[in-house]
Design a binder for this molecule. Structure first.
Ligand SMILES: NC(=O)c1ccc[n+]([C@@H]2O[C@H](COP(=O)([O-])OP(=O)(O)OC[C@H]3O[C@@H](n4cnc5c(N)ncnc54)[C@H](OP(=O)(O)O)[C@@H]3O)[C@@H](O)[C@H]2O)c1
Length: 279
């Protein structure tokens, strides 16, 4: 199993969780100097895994990582497309270079790694690809349009790939966690430069939305292990589902969206959100 973005957060926990359950794990990260937390986790939990350097925005890095795995093991059984970055801010505050960096990682990077493992999987006649998308790939929100756009893109790609790859014996699964308190909400938080401009037209609303998001992060009951467990199910189930939602709140919101007539849901859910943001 190749996991991208395993130096922290959900990727780190997933790497350890899968290795604990006997899977042969290649835990990758863009810079191996960042491996100490994973190393400590592996030692404490008494698991062995192989660490690899892999920056999903660099073709040479992707080729080298995939080549290493194929040489060492003869193939690639599974790929967990977990690596990702953030960008917070209302659309008019997002600069073009910031959006491109976001898309280069979450969309084009994910596509590039997926493309790189497919020949080996097709040759073997089996394989699993997990896309770590998000509830933000199913429903938009205030002040995260750029990030949501990348997660919607992953959803569309994953759904289409699932169809195209099924005849080759390769399954594609979308894992969709709700909010989980990881470094993404702390040191890895990326706020657009424009969103911090006090004179900006969205400044007060955006920062109110950030406070609301932080309150959700603090109260979220989802643990990284819950996400890792969903990935494990996606990789090991005999017949995996297309989607695994993680978290009760996430399941409730997506369930409501599915069952409550569109306008009513939008008036209620988005109305509530906007009342809290604009107050
Ligand atoms: N936390 C949540 O609330 C949540 C909810 C739903 C979905 N997700 C999704 O879950 C995934 C992991 O999120 P997280 O919360 O664990 O975030 P995180 O703690 O910030 O971890 C992100 C990981 O991605 C890696 N990464 C960033 N750019 C990369 C690149 N160019 N090449 C390879 N790796 C790269 C980072 O590596 P370095 O730090 O070493 O650069 C890090 O290991 C993301 O796709 C995110 O969208 C998160």
């Amino acid at each position: 199993m190749l996991i991208t973005g395993a130096s922290s957060g959900l990727g780190l926990e997933t790497a350890l969780y899968l290795a604990e359950r006997g899977m042969r794990v290649y835990a990758s990260m863009p810079n191996l100097e960042e491996r100490s937390t994973l190393e400590t986790g592996a030692r404490e939990r008494d698991v062995s895994l192989r660490m690899l350097e892999l920056d999903i925005t660099r073709p040479a890095s992707i080729d080298a990582a995939v080549r290493t795995i194929v040489q060492e093991t003869g193939g690639i059984g599974g790929l967990v497309n977990n690596a990702g970055t953030r960008l917070r801010g209302c659309f008019e505050d997002l600069a073009d270079d910031e959006l491109r960096t976001l898309f280069d990682t979450n969309v084009f990077g994910t596509m590039a790694v997926t493309r790189a493992v497919l020949p080996a999987m097709r040759a073997a006649g089996h394989g699993r690809i997990v896309m770590m998308t998000s509830v933000a790939g199913r429903i938009g929100s205030f002040g995260v349009g750029g990030y949501c756009a990348t997660k919607f893109a992953q959803e569309g790609l994953g759904e289409s790939l699932a169809l195209e790859l099924a005849p080759f014996g390769i399954q594609v699964v979308l894992v969709e966690p709700g909010i989980v308190n990881t470094t993404a909400w702390g040191v890895h938080r990326v706020v657009a430069r424009g969103a911090n401009d006090l004179r900006g037209p969205y400044f007060a609303w955006f920062h109110r939305a950030e406070q609301l998001a932080d309150a959700f992060v603090r109260s979220s009951p989802i643990r990284p292990q819950d996400v890792a467990e969903a990935v494990h199910r996606a990789l090991s189930a005999r017949r995996p589902r297309l989607r695994y939602l993680v978290g009760r709140r996430a399941a409730t919101v997506i369930g409501l969206r599915r069952h409550v007539p569109g306008e009513l849901f939008e008036r209620f859910y988005f109305g509530q959100l906007m009342r809290r943001v604009l107050r």
